[in-house]
Design a protein around this ligand. Structure first.
Ligand SMILES: NC(=O)c1ccc[n+]([C@@H]2O[C@H](COP(=O)([O-])OP(=O)(O)OC[C@H]3O[C@@H](n4cnc5c(N)ncnc54)[C@H](O)[C@@H]3O)[C@@H](O)[C@H]2O)c1
Length: 408
């Protein structure tokens, strides 16, 4: 085994021992092989946990091809291990070259998949625009993240969605834990690893108080930071105030922040209007899906000098003489500068993804070409599995209580 494969295998096996939900699903379905006869493309941030998900879908009967959903989040040792040790077809490489990244997205479609497990909606978009011939065989798409769901929803609203799709992201067993506690922990993991700075005593600006932003703000507070939230939604803004955070516009927050994080799913949240207002040494990181939340194009054009300050951290000298720093070129900081979400969190999310794909496969030909939510039965089944793996037993409604709660 070469060094890269060996390291990849170790990482995957390490993760697997904490993936209780997927291990329980494997135990339950390994004999049945529910994906038998299917061809599945998995488009994901390729690291140990997603690799284990891809491997499991294969173990449960599918032919699986895997690609990356972001050019910087693929870990090459994992890609090597998956390909060479576990025998899964992989087209993914860590790269700064967007064209090389997209070539792999096109390549996996040559499998003519029955099912696509997507993360961010790139593959769904490609099959609906550039490569519509692959729609012929496609039975369904399951989407992992908020941004991908936005894109599918827009496609559906325009009447252009040509296959059934499931918003795995919108399952309670996904967003309640993954977006909040997963992003909450791993965003700080990425920032801390990249910079080695203290969070305690800093002023942290969190843009977006959705599921992800709530988690990042909560953990920043726990680490001892003073937290400022910026929002565009009046209700979320009040929620942030009630949770004990200062809320203001980005223009007002810019001069106050030591560390900025964006988690909006939106474009141009921090721009050239804000860069010159920032403190010397301000650190910027994005944890939203695309690298468009911090306007990197404007920063590159506006700055007078750029240099690598640390691995994965670029310094930008502004015309006013101040320097600010951006981690991972404004791409998902928790994936491009750390290992992504904690294992147990992803394990649960992947339980949702796997069961959603299974639902699409078992109901092929019966579902409408719309974006649907994850069936409640899947959410509940996963919650039961998760509680069991945690050794937690809960109360059950008695017949008397059921009757009481359903009477008026
Ligand atoms: N880093 C990760 O691992 C990870 C995990 C899950 C989701 N995501 C991504 O994070 C992003 C946010 O996801 P979410 O689930 O929190 O979404 P969400 O819809 O729950 O929250 C987004 C929030 O941003 C706010 N917002 C929009 N534009 C804004 C602006 N210009 N300024 C300030 N606030 C603004 C919205 O009002 C909303 O409250 C998405 O891109 C999603 O794909 C990343």
């Amino acid at each position: 085994m070469n060094k890269s494969v060996e390291l990849g295998v170790k990482k995957m096996e390490w993760a697997w021992q904490y993936m209780d939900v997927l291990r329980a699903i494997k135990g339950r379905y390994i004999d049945e092989k529910p994906f038998k006869g299917s061809k599945v493309v998995v488009c994901c941030h390729l690291e140990a946990k997603t690799a284990n998900l891809g491997r499991l879908i294969g173990d449960l009967g599918a032919e699986v091809w895997v690609t990356g959903s972001n050019p910087l989040s693929t870990q090459d040792d994992i890609a090597d291990a998956l390909r060479e040790h576990y025998g899964v077809t992989v087209y993914a490489k860590h790269t700064h070259d967007d064209e090389a990244f997209r070539k792999n997205l096109y390549k996996v479609l040559e499998l003519e998949p029955d099912l696509i497990l997507d993360d961010g909606g790139d593959l769904a978009t490609i099959v609906h625009t550039e490569y519509t011939n692959y729609l012929k065989n496609l039975k369904g798409i399951s989407e992992e993240t908020t941004t991908g769901v936005h894109r599918l929803r827009a496609l559906d609203a325009a009447g252009k969605l040509k296959v059934p799709a499931i918003a795995a992201n919108d399952a309670m067993m996904k967003y309640l834990f993954d977006n909040r506690y997963g992003t909450g922990q791993s965003t700080w993991d990425g920032i801390i690893r990249s910079t080695n700075v203290s969070i305690a005593g800093k002023t942290v600006v969190v843009a977006g108080y959705g599921w992800c932003g709530r988690g990042v703000a909560l953990r920043a507070k726990g680490l001892g930071a003073k937290v400022i939230v910026t929002e565009v939604d009046p209700i979320k803004s009040i929620e942030a105030v009630m949770d004990g955070f200062e809320v203001m516009s980005m223009t007002n927050a810019a001069p106050l922040g030591d560390i900025f994080t964006t988690l909006t799913g939106d474009i141009n949240v921090i721009t050239k209007d804000h860069f010159p207002l920032m403190k010397e040494g301000a650190i910027l990181a994005n944890a939203g899906h695309f690298d468009v939340e911090i306007s990197m194009k404007q920063l590159r054009e506006f700055s007078v000098e750029q240099w690598e300050a640390r691995p994965n951290v670029i310094g930008y000298k502004l015309p006013n003489g101040k320097s600010i720093y951006v981690i991972a070129e404004g791409r998902l900081v928790n994936l491009a500068a750390a290992d992504g979400h904690p294992i147990e969190i992803m394990d649960t999310s992947f339980g949702v993804q796997l069961m959603s794909l299974k639902y699409l496969w078992e109901n092929k030909g019966k579902l409408e070409n719309h974006l649907m939510t994850v069936p409640e039965s899947i959410d509940r089944e996963l919650a039961v599995i998760k509680l069991k793996t945690m050794g937690i037993a809960i109360d059950e409604l008695t017949e008397e209580q059921k009757k009481y709660l359903s009477s008026w």
